[in-house]
Ligand binder design. Sequence first.
Ligand code: NDP
Length: 614
Amino acid sequence: MPSRKFADGEVVMGRWPGSVLYYEVQVTSYDDVAHLYTVKYKDGTELALKESDIRSQSSFKHRKSQSSSSSPSRRSSSRSRSRSRSPGRPAKGRRRSASQSREHKDDKKKAIQETSLALVVLVLFKPSENNTKRYNGEPESTEKNDTSCIILEQKLKPDLEVKRVLEQYSLRSRKDDKKTEEIFSEKKTFVAVKPIEKVSSKTKELEFGGRIGTFMLVFLLPATVFYLLLMCKQDDPSLLNIPPLPALDSLWEWRVFGVFLLWFFLQAVFYLLPIGKVVEGLPLSNGRKLQYRINGFYAFILTAAAIGVLLYFQFELHYLYDHFMQFAVSAAAFSLALSIYLYVRSLKAPEEELAPGGNSGYFIYDFFTGHELNPRIGSFDLKYFCELRPGLIGWVVINLAMLLAEMKIHDLSMPSLSMTLVNSFQLLYVVDALWNEEAILTTMDITHDGFGFMLAFGDLVWVPFVYSLQAFYLVGHPTAITWPVAAAITVLNCIGYYIFRSANSQKNNFRRNPADPKLANLKFIPTATGKGLLVTGWWGFVRHPNYLGDIIMALAWSLPCGFNHILPYFYVIYFICLLVHREARDEHHCKQKYGLAWERYCQRVPYRIFPYVY
Ligand code: NDP
């Protein structure tokens, strides 16, 4: 086994992931299992780097004459250009004449060249404090989201262009020309191997209360589901009216378990159908990109058709209501078995395929959070499948079963207004998630969390059985609401949905194509990773506007249940806790990713979810 090349505390040049930029970093530790160095950038960002992405400072020494002639002036030129592209600039540009426009193009070209040069200078020379700040995440000003800024933000130009600049100014590292070739040929592969997270190594910071917390959650989560369902079945579901424990043998029925398995495997068959496009996920730590078939919406349509056929043949869907608890127990047993299988198979998974957040080495923690990032059987991605299919589609089927049960039990020719609202709102939410299925590929669940008990139980039990609590409640506790109240609740849901959808779309579109003309009015803070952080639009309103919209919708789902009991409000209370915790986790990751740029963003946008409150 080769020994490490760089010592702890040594100041070296570390490559910024996904770019050819090298910054001064300090080695803080070395993981001799994963062969990764943890390095700290000047802005406080910590990353794990391979030895091949680290160079000694001496290899970046330059020729004196070139240093003085090119670096300072070029650098300032680049920076002033950068500043000049702040707000207001494009409006002027639109008024330009043809010749001015040509001039502008030339200008732009020059700007690109100078920017590249400045960056190359910055890359190959030891950066001064100011420059480090400018390019390592602390902008002097925000950038207007026009194409030229994107070029500035992206920092990288086609290899040949940068190479030409390098040759012209002889700014290569001293080693030899081959090194430069290496950097640029590596760039292509490196862009491909850009890690989405800290390259897999041991998880040091434990979340969810660490080992004790996760141990308790393994029992607490199922207990909560069963307690809620038992409460909801009672005539008086008040908090103080503790439900009696049911007989154990009443909780299990093989037929119900069989129906659950049938449901799960039917969804698996739909998932395997060769319909819908195939897209690539974000690059993994080893550079590979997994492929995902986007056909959740088709699966939903097929499921709707299957349910339609069942109803046509008089299948009594309220069977689900009658055996609701047994279905929940079946789903919980299945998710537990799945989690055990996932943990056992993860023990054989290569280190690089383990989840950044679930590789602590502690059994219970890794079992709970998920040890393996993307467990697959062939091309069947277990986590991706469970995230949106059996549980989410199952949720709307359960809601429909509750609606039919309500009509049957209360002998109604039409479902109640409250039940109609709850079903419609939640149907909209699920259809939206399936329609935008691709967006899930960039979420924390896919990129950071492994597949373990937390997600298996969450996807297969918590979502379908807890999220349908309002519909379940309404069957046993009819609540009459007037049309004006229904209209007001509908408006609230629409407001929530509008914020949720437009915030998510704004960010997704910006991430997919920052040069999108539709986003031209938005401002962003550039960061050292090449990605910008939006500071206007929804993401300038609060730091997680999508969570705000989601919470408003959650409230609208509970309101049709009236105010007699707090039980139907469990969802909105729990959801606020979940999103506040999730927001804190995301902030932590973003701070690690973006360093000072993130702090700057937090200064610009001080509220996390609720404006002027939190
Ligand atoms: P988000 O969609 O909120 O994404 C967070 C990421 O967005 C950050 O990690 C960062 O990633 C990027 N980002 C943050 N700030 C900015 C900015 N200013 N400009 C541009 N990009 C920024 O993550 P979630 O996965 O938590 O949520 C997705 C949706 O799912 C939300 O609408 C949420 O409400 C919903 N949800 C629903 C749940 C439910 O049970 N119903 C549970 C959890 C979530 P990067 O910079 O790397 O792109």
